[in-house]
Design a binder for this molecule. Structure first.
Ligand SMILES: [Mg+2]
Length: 222
């Protein structure tokens, strides 16, 4: 194997347990909106709110108003405000890194590796998440949606990272929780890949070069 000189990380569900945060924050938001008079059975409407996010995009700012429009036929601004506030309050409490994230990034930096994020989120939101878990300074670049205008599994965001790094793809290790969106495109352009098994939401076909049960296992690869 060629010597690895840089590691590209996916952000959500690779460094941050984003799905858990979203679930808990949506529960809190729903409770707050029901308190303001929203007539909705808790369990099925929670599912509906999560589906609205998947449809409008996980970083959508309109998911709540879309959801209320569908649920109640109109948007009650008082209800929307209570929901968004409850969401944001819970989000900041639950936006946490997986175990050993900060210590692993620190050790990778100490070994002289370049670190990059490739995310479908807008760059600003990427930096906000990295900052809130205290690891923003470890990263040389964040490639966000606006850098290429394409979502993964497009190869473009990965190529953009390669270009920023000025390295050959085979000198780069890609770490992500999705075979389809992270591992497959990285492999296609010649990177080495490691699947963040600990953050995986769905089981998919396909294989990475390495599988990680803990992010610290990267230190044995590079
Ligand atoms: Mg992910």
């Amino acid at each position: 194997m060629t010597k690895i000189k840089a590691v590209i990380f996916d952000l959500d569900n690779t460094l941050i347990d984003f799905w858990k945060m979203k679930n808990v924050a949506c529960e809190a938001a729903l409770r707050a909106m029901i308190k303001k008079g929203l007539k909705a059975p808790f369990k099925s409407s929670h599912k509906k709110l999560m589906e609205t996010y998947l449809r409008t995009g996980l970083d959508s700012d309109t998911a709540f108003s879309e959801f209320l429009k569908e649920q109640a036929g109109q948007v009650d601004t008082r209800m929307l405000a209570a929901g968004i506030n409850a969401y944001l309050k819970t989000k900041s409490k639950f936006l946490k890194p997986y175990p050993n994230v900060a210590s692993t990034l620190k050790k990778l930096k100490q070994r002289g590796l370049k670190l990059v994020i490739v995310t479908d989120a807008p760059r600003l939101k990427g930096h906000q998440r990295l900052d809130s878990i205290g690891v923003d300074s470890y990263f040389d670049h964040v490639v966000g949606f606006e850098d290429t205008g394409e979502h993964k599994p497009s190869k473009l965001p990965f190529r953009a990272a390669v270009q920023k790094l000025g390295l050959k793809p085979e000198e780069i290790l890609m770490v992500g929780d999705s075979i389809h969106r992270d591992i497959a495109p990285a492999k296609k352009i010649g990177m080495t890949s490691a699947l963040a098994k600990y953050g995986r939401i769905e089981k998919e076909k396909g294989k990475a070069d390495f599988e990680l049960n803990d992010i610290a296992e990267i230190l044995k690869i590079v």
